[in-house]
Structures are given as C-alpha cells and as structure tokens.
Design a protein around this ligand. Sequence first.
Ligand SMILES: *Cc1c(COP(=O)(O)O)cnc(C)c1O
Length: 231
Amino acid sequence: MIRDNINAVEDRIQSACNQSGRKRKEVKLIAVSKTKPIEMLQQAYACGCRDFGENKVQELLEKYDHMPKDIRWHMIGHLQRNKVRYIVDKVYLIHSVDSLRLAEEISKEAVKKDVTVSILIEINVAEEASKFGTTAREAAALVEEISRLPNIAVRGLMTIAPYVENPEENRLYFTMLRQIAVDIIHKNIDNVCMKELSMGMTGDYETAITEGATYIRIGTGIFGEREYTSV
Ligand SMILES: *Cc1c(COP(=O)(O)O)cnc(C)c1O
C-alpha cells in the first residue's frame, strides 16, 4: 500500500515538474510519518525514502533510535525551547523557527554540541490565528537578527497553507512565500541563504511545486489518514 502511494505521489510530482519546467531533483519529498508506527516508516524506507518529517520531539527521538542512520530527520512542528537540546545534533533541518528566542536557544545548544543547525523560518502567510509562524512583514528583520547568531544557518522559508478543498486557493500563499524569499535575498544578509522553500502538503503539493517548492511534506498521501487518540 505504501509503495503504491509513493508511486502515485511520484507520478504527480513528476507531472507538476513537467508542467512548470522544473527538474524532479529540485523537489525533495519528505515523508511525514507523525503518529505512524515504525513498521510503516520501514516500508517507506524500503521504497527509497530518506527524508522523514515529525512534529513532536519525543516521537522523533524514538523513531531516530529505531531507524537507520542515513535518514535525514526534519522537525516540522512547533518546537518548545526546553526541548531544543534533545534534537540539535539529530535533525537535518528544523522547518519551524518563528522567533528570535527559539533561534537563540538552538544556537546556544548547537554551540555546546559543536554542530551547525540548519533552519527554515516559518511564515504564517495566510495570517491564520490558529497557526504558528512569523508574519510576512516581520520575516526579513527576524532573518537578519538570526543571521548574527553562531552555529545556526538559515536555508530558506516554510509555510503551512490553510486547509482547502481546492488547492488553487493556496496558490497566492505559495507565491507570497517565494516573493518574501526574493525580498530577503535582495537584502544581501551575510550567512543567509534562501534556497529552500518548504511548502505543499497532501492536498496542495502540485500547486506548491509549480510555485517553486523545494521541499514538499506529504503525510496522508503516503501513509494514509492519521488517527488521533485523545489523551
Ligand atoms: C502533518 C503535517 C504535514 C503533512 O500533512 P498531510 O496533509 O497529511 O500531507 C505537513 N506539514 C506539517 C507541518 C505537518 O504538521
């Protein structure tokens, strides 16, 4: 089942790339495995997935211990400052940095462990009250401040678009994220690169690809619907 899902997603990634004149290798697929058991991650791994996304520190650490070491782990969920120290030397990319205080904590822990941590700045482009992320207006100033911190490298931007039935409704938000990145590039901030745009999920990844996504984050489309048990 997972293999069929991945093949179907791959086909759709390829046609979105064809449509927009992009190369398949410009778009990296993250298998979002939150709430899913190790056996399902192992199946995705067997299909060639090496990028996995998790949104909770505890769950990421457990899976990290049980899965092969060549996996690139992506922290895509809201990150609390008191949990940063557990993951700085284990994650490949933190997608969800939205404040200077969080960046300072990441920098501090990265210095202690003698690693450089790659991050993306999360932007709430649609300004939804329910979502984390800085605003489009504040993004450049935040990037500038973070760029002065040691052992942290800004690689680009991330957004979680609204949940919509028709993915076309999110096109403007993907365009906005790309435009914010362009504006930041023009400021020529030292140590800042804006190469990565993490945008697009199961419901809207093809639209995101045609607007320049370099990372797409797919959960349901690979692993099926999630069941949340209330605690
Ligand atoms: C859960 C999640 C995804 C994947 O969502 P699907 O709609 O299941 O593909 C992507 N990004 C973030 C930040 C998530 O929390």
